[in-house]
Ligand binder design. Structure first.
Ligand SMILES: Nc1ncnc2c1ncn2[C@@H]1O[C@H](COP(=O)(O)OP(=O)(O)OP(=O)(O)O)[C@@H](O)[C@H]1O
Length: 652
């Protein structure tokens, strides 16, 4: 399982949160209006003690019932206005903030799609899922509540303290005494809480990964009776998370204890001191009532500082975690991609120059003749002349033109490989001629899958380069490259969509494309499904058999009539009869498609014109199946499971 990448250097919560500005900017008018309304509502709350003072020193002291009723009416109106304004604030922020959350989530998903495979190899899926769900929810809550109320409460406390100082400055100073210890506690709390919040959110990510693996691997877990050990692993992780959450709760309890107790003590002291002053006649009873009412009105703004700071810290951590992904560099597009894209667009409707390239022997074609008896080929009935083609991209002329798929001195090392370790692929030179299919054979772990992944640029070569009909693949836009190269992997991944949608993901658009591709892949079973090709396949296609999934993946690879096919052991899950039928259909497709096929079995090798043996990171032998079988002991050993009776086929 990939490990969680370590968090970056800590930076201040405010600086981190400021990175949200581009997302908040479009709704800033509503947010500022809402904050202004909340400040207004909060300050109206502070007027209530002043009305009380007027009532106590005026109508109540004068025993004037009409004045008391008027005062009560004022209080009612002020209370109503405060409630209405707070309601209006909530209405103003609810809709725009859910938009901010949705935009950020869409941005994250878009970016994840553009990140290279090497990034996904490094990052556990649970860490990405938790960023897209829990972290973004925390951010929405922060924008809706703590962001506004840290401002509103600060202004309310400031205004309230000024009012109290104006009422009686000595009592005001008594109330202010706890300010210093409260501030120090807040600073200490923030530091400790930020570490705990980060740990908890990372642990949520790890837990998500375990849940996801448990759900996706449920067959293995049940098959091997591993549910107890899996539950134990889950319990251990959730125990760790619980420990961190309890630590957070203890920190929060400490700050709340300080924040609530000290101001209460100060209010108590002010009450005693004020009562003495009233008794001495130095202070009016109304002023003391107003003073204490103001102090009590400030209790919630002060008490809430603790959890507002905690929520802000969690939001800062969520922002940090969000941007760790957003800051990762996406796959780069070459500068020439724009021109190439235009060329790609033109390809659909233009005559096929690749066909022309095929007609004109490429420069090196003479030096590496096609296997006897295989050329010239008739047009394929399956793909025929309708196959998409187009004018050559400008960059096709950058290098000496070699048609087909060409590996030029390609070396590859995984980015996370230990330094000094030998490369997985070492100076690979391989040429697959236009229309030729080449089988790649090698021991397990020799790098076959890695080599095939370099063609659609799922990984970038470390050294050397790969060309398609003479054009360096790094100089094509990915869009163009992937429209020309189709892949089918040994593990056929399907998506929660209909059979038809899964297949047409490969590029075709029409019902005919779909029917033809299903026929080529011998996947006609799809028509017999309850809703035909509109039948939903379950998550990852798990409602289908392995062989059915593999055939649909194959149909997806051929549906777009690609120029280049890369097949990674595509028939491994098929029974012998289906395999023979798929092979027969594939042979027609391969007749004019340039193909690289990873093969483990002679039956798959026999689909290809030539075979290359990959060993120790290098191509150590190349020739026909028969030549290698006779002349290469390693190849003969790898193919030694060959069933009797295939000899005749070999001679074809
Ligand atoms: N994402 C990765 N990061 C680091 N190393 C990897 C990664 N994927 C594969 N490898 C390593 O690269 C080597 C080649 O793996 P690869 O999957 O290409 O072999 P293969 O020939 O296709 O094997 P098989 O026939 O078993 O499918 C192996 O040693 C493997 O451990």
């Amino acid at each position: 399982m990939p490990t969680t990448p370590s968090p970056p250097e800590p930076r201040s919560a405010v600086r981190t949160l400021l990175r949200l500005w581009p997302y908040v900017r479009p709704v800033r008018a509503r947010l500022f209006t809402a904050a202004f309304i909340a400040i207004l509502a909060s300050c109206i709350g502070l007027v209530i003690p002043l009305v009380l003072k007027w009532m106590v020193d005026g109508p109540i002291a004068d025993r004037d019932p009409a004045g008391v009723w008027l005062g009560a009416l004022y209080l009612l109106l002020l209370g109503l206005a405060e409630a209405l304004l707070f309601g209006l604030r909530r209405w103003l922020v609810a809709r725009p903030l859910s938009r901010v959350e949705a935009e950020m989530r869409a941005g994250l998903y878009r970016h994840l799609q553009r990140l290279p495979v090497a990034f996904h190899d490094r990052w556990p899926s649970g860490q990405l899922l938790s960023r897209a769900t829990t972290d973004l929810m925390l951010l929405r809550m922060f924008l809706a509540f703590p962001l506004t109320f840290l401002l509103v409460n600060s202004v309310t406390i400031l205004v309230g303290v000024i009012i109290m100082l104006i009422q009686d400055w000595t009592l005001g100073l008594v109330i202010l005494i706890p300010a210093v210890p409260v501030l120090i506690t807040c600073v200490v709390f923030e530091k400790r809480y930020s570490g705990a919040a980060r740990l908890a959110q990372d642990q949520v990510g790890d837990l998500t990964t375990v849940v996801e693996e448990g759900v996706l691997g449920i067959r293995i877990i049940k098959g091997f009776g591993r549910h107890r050990s899996q539950a134990l692993a889950f319990r251990e992780l959730s125990g760790k998370l619980r420990g961190t959450e309890l630590y957070k709760a203890r920190l929060l309890a400490t700050i709340l204890g300080v924040i609530v107790t000290l101001p209460e003590l100060a209010i108590g002291a002010a009450l005693v001191l004020g009562a003495v002053q009233v008794a001495d006649g130095d202070l009016s009873a109304g002023t003391l009532v107003a003073f204490l009412s103001t102090a009590l009105a400030l209790r919630w703004p002060v008490d809430s500082i603790g959890f507002l700071l905690a929520m802000s810290q969690e939001a800062a951590t969520a922002t940090e975690r969000y941007f760790e992904v957003m800051d990762a560099a996406p796959e780069t597009e070459p500068a020439a991609a724009a021109g190439s894209r235009a060329a790609g667009a033109a390809r659909a409707g233009a005559a096929a120059p690749r066909d022309a390239e095929r007609r004109d022997p490429p420069p090196d074609e003479s030096s590496s003749p096609a296997p006897a008896g295989r050329r010239p080929r008739p047009p394929s009935p399956a793909l025929g002349s309708a196959r998409a083609g187009g004018p050559p991209s400008p960059e096709r002329h950058d290098r000496p033109r070699t048609s087909g798929l060409h590996f030029h001195g390609v070396t590859f090392r995984y980015p996370d490989a230990p330094t000094g370790s030998p490369p997985v692929l070492d100076r690979i030179d391989l040429h697959i001629r236009p229309g030729e299919s080449l089988a790649l054979v090698g021991a397990t772990g020799s790098g076959k899958t890695t080599l095939t992944a370099l063609v659609p640029r799922l990984h970038e070569v470390t050294e050397g380069h790969i060309t398609l009909n003479g054009a360096d693949i790094t100089r094509m836009s990915r869009e163009e490259l992937r429209s020309r190269v189709a892949v089918a992997f040994e593990e056929p991944t399907l998506f929660s969509a209909t059979v038809g949608e899964n297949v047409l993901m490969g590029g075709g658009t029409t019902e005919e494309d779909l029917t033809r591709a299903l026929a080529v892949a011998q996947a006609d079973f799809a028509h017999a499904l309850p809703h035909g090709t509109n039948t939903q396949v379950g998550e990852q296609g798990l409602s289908l058999s392995g062989g059915q999934r593999q055939r649909l993946a194959l149909a997806r690879a051929v549906v777009g009539r690609p120029d280049f096919l890369v097949l990674d052991d595509p028939l491994s899950a098929l029974d012998v009869h289906t395999e023979a039928a798929v092979e027969a259909a594939l042979r027609r497709v391969l007749a004019d498609t340039t193909a690289l096929i990873v093969a483990h079995r002679p039956s798959t090798v026999l689909l290809a014109d030539r075979v290359a043996l990959l060993s120790g990171g290098r191509i150590t032998a190349i020739g026909t199946h028969h030549e290698l079988l006779r002349g290469n002991p390693e190849y003969a050993h790898l193919m030694s499971g060959e069933p009797a009776g295939t000899q005749e086929d070999d001679e074809r």
